[in-house]
Write a protein that binds this ligand. Structure first.
Ligand code: AMP
Length: 338
């Protein structure tokens, strides 16, 4: 069977969670390809995860490499950088073997559709305020397409909103209820081959500057006139209170079930729910990612949960390769490459 795997290569863009994806693919016996931007290939050489490196000037030039990748029977694994540089239409048109369901991505790209999906799954979402004058509780203002939360700000009423919006005027945004609680990002994997959902791991974010403001006295924070920013710089691993697990499993299952009503085949493989849990232990879900998230990178060997399930190293990246391998063995590749 290993020989059969070697007919395919697993490829991904050199960024985000590529080290994990490629390492996992190698562990499952696949050839691996890192598609790197010129001058940014050093991590993939240094850590020896790529059998081959294909260089592009910019990631968005990927379509130029389609024939070469098809010749190598490459299966492309999407991640956050991939969905960031390619539009949903480009991904749907991309003439490459693709892990997951590319049709489901439009439900992630569009914030309105994302809410529809999560509501269909029966999850609790933060309220959205249509206009600043409606603000009657703390809110977070999020700009569309802002990479990793850059420029997001908080307000507690319309006056504060207008004052802080200042020169950011003109950029599309949403006003969302700010939930006071603990952020927990849940990493799931759904296997269409065995019809089961798995909890892979959990993380919380490490964001600049919001995660360092608490190191400065409140008086200094005010004197310095600091503005918070949520620019992601890394991820911190978590285990959750064990009694929360039954609800977490049900939330993941509900998301998968709802996804099948939205698109044929529904969600395939890794996905993540970004949640805030309140002191009353109520989960508010504010975002879904329908692909591997970078918070899984800490668990490149395994997480406590994947250790419990597999008893040998199993990252989300490796789980993707394992699913492809299972699909090949069962002659069901069409169920995971949609
Ligand atoms: P995002 O880019 O949407 O993942 O959000 C960036 C940061 O804002 C993260 O630290 C989140 O924990 C936080 N955040 C986003 N939405 C909310 C919300 N509705 N309530 C509280 N915190 C939030």
């Amino acid at each position: 069977m290993e020989e059969q795997n070697l007919n395919y290569a697993i490829a991904t863009l050199g960024s985000h969670s590529a080290l994990q994806i490629l390492k996992g693919a190698k562990d499952e016996g696949f050839k691996t390809i890192a598609i790197c931007e010129k001058g940014r290939d050093r991590p993939y050489r240094m850590f020896g995860v790529a059998d081959e490196i294909i260089t592009v000037n910019r990631f968005s030039d990927l379509p130029e490499k389609v024939n070469e990748l098809r010749d190598k029977k490459a299966i492309i694994v999407p991640h956050g950088t991939f969905t960031g540089v390619m539009s949903q239409e480009e991904i749907e048109k991309l003439n490459l073997l693709y892990f997951g369901n590319r049709k489901i991505l439009k439900w992630e790209y569009n914030r309105q559709m994302q809410r529809e999906w999560l509501k269909k799954a029966g999850l609790i979402l933060p309220k959205i305020f249509a206009q600043p004058e409606d603000i009657d509780s703390p809110v977070i203002i999020k700009f569309f397409g802002a990479k990793g939360g850059k420029g997001f700000f908080l307000a507690k009423n319309a006056d504060e909103f207008h004052e802080k919006m200042g020169k950011k005027q003109g950029n599309p945004y949403i006003i969302q209820e700010y939930i006071i609680g603990a952020p927990i990002y849940i990493h799931y994997f759904y296997s269409p081959i065995n019809g089961e959902i798995e909890i892979m791991s959990f993380d919380k974010r490490y964001e600049s500057n919001v995660d360092s403001i608490g190191r400065i006295a409140a008086k200094d924070q005010l004197d310095l006139g600091l503005e918070t920013s949520y620019n992601i710089t890394g991820n911190v691993p978590l285990v959750v209170r064990e009694s929360l697990l039954p609800e977490i499993i049900e939330m993941g299952e509900a998301v998968v079930k709802a996804s099948r009503k939205l698109e044929k085949h529904g969600l395939i493989g890794p996905f993540s729910l970004e949640t805030i849990i309140t002191p009353e232990l109520k989960f508010f879900v504010f975002e879904i990612s329908a692909r591997i998230v970078a918070g899984t990178n800490f668990f490149i060997n395994c997480s406590p949960y994947s250790d419990l399930k597999y008893g040998h190293p199993m990252s989300t990246g490796r789980r993707i390769a394992r699913e492809i391998k299972l699909a090949i063995q069962n002659n069901q590749l069409d169920r995971v490459l949609v």
